[in-house]
Write a protein that binds this ligand. Structure first.
Ligand SMILES: [Zn+2]
Length: 280
């Protein structure tokens, strides 16, 4: 293009630079992309491990122990075949402890009031399947007083009143199911409680802590339900919300627990205990 193209040739310099430097730039870009990709994959893998970790509530050693507990408890603990029927017109009052703003004991992700309600509803279904008339003190997450609970059972002339709770302790090793009855050691409540606890122990592997009298603070005092209920009654502590092994059973064997409670009640009522009110 001759001299007139001086400016053009000047303009070409960048073009030359561009073309000659092109392979180097692509190298850079490729290098940066590779590094970025490696970092990106690295982050994904790291986050995956992190979320796995967050989903695991306990460390591996604890999981191992709990797995062993489950394996041991699973031996021979199929869902019990409950063959009892309750066709003698018996009325059973099932009371899910706490409710509403009263959550009972809260331990980690566990809430006593909601676990009790869920098990109480399963017990109701099983008892109704057996032919019983069931009255529930609550069927939703509502607050209800001790007076109201007892009144619901007494108004229906219930033959049995079972209040469902979970125990708690600062000692994580404390475990097992227990029942609290009136301090005067009423025969029917004792019989009913022993039958239910035996059924629970046999069908779930939960340790049987047996029947206790009065209150935790004073064996001569009484929980309101036990002091005012006209029927055989008990406060049933299914297990400890603070115990890993108990909660594992309560979570995994909820159906066993519900059927065990219902079959214990069935066994008690079929033993000729209908309508016998407690005399303190
Ligand atoms: Zn409770």
């Amino acid at each position: 293009m001759g001299k007139g193209t001086n400016r053009k040739s000047n303009r070409k310099i960048p073009y030359e630079e561009q073309t000659s430097s092109k392979p180097r730039r692509w190298d850079h870009i490729f290098g940066i992309l590779t590094v970025a990709t490696i970092i990106w994959f690295g982050l994904i893998i790291y986050n995956d491990f992190k979320s796995l970790d967050a989903d695991t509530p306990t460390n591996n050693t604890q999981n191992q122990t709990l797995d062993n507990v489950v394996a041991a408890q699973d031996k021979g603990l199929a869902i019990p075949e409950n063959t009892w029927t309750i066709d003698n017109g018996s009325v059973i009052c099932i009371d899910a402890g706490h409710g509403g703003s009263d959550k009972g004991t809260v331990s980690g992700r566990y809430e006593e009031s909601s676990i009790c309600l869920s098990i109480a509803e399963s017990v109701q279904q099983e008892l109704e399947r057996m032919g019983a008339e069931v009255v529930m003190t609550r069927t939703s997450d509502i607050a209800i007083s001790q007076e109201q609970r007892v009144k619901i059972g007494n108004d229906k002339n219930a033959d049995v009143f079972v209040s469902i709770h979970l125990n708690s302790s600062t000692n994580e090793a404390a475990n097992g199911a227990e029942a609290w009855i009136h301090s005067n050691k009423p025969n029917n409540s004792l019989k009913l409680s022993k039958t239910i606890l035996e059924e629970i122990a046999i069908n779930t592997g939960i340790h049987n802590r047996d029947v206790k009298y009065g209150t935790l603070a004073d064996s001569k005092e009484n929980y309101y339900i036990n002091s005012r209920s006209k029927s055989a009654s008990l406060i049933l502590e299914l297990g400890f919300i603070t115990s890993n092994s108990d909660m594992l059973i309560i979570n995994n064997k909820a159906e066993n627990i519900a059927k065990a409670i219902a079959s214990g009640i069935g066994k008690y009522l079929n033993g000729g205990n209908k309508g016998e009110s407690e005399k303190y």
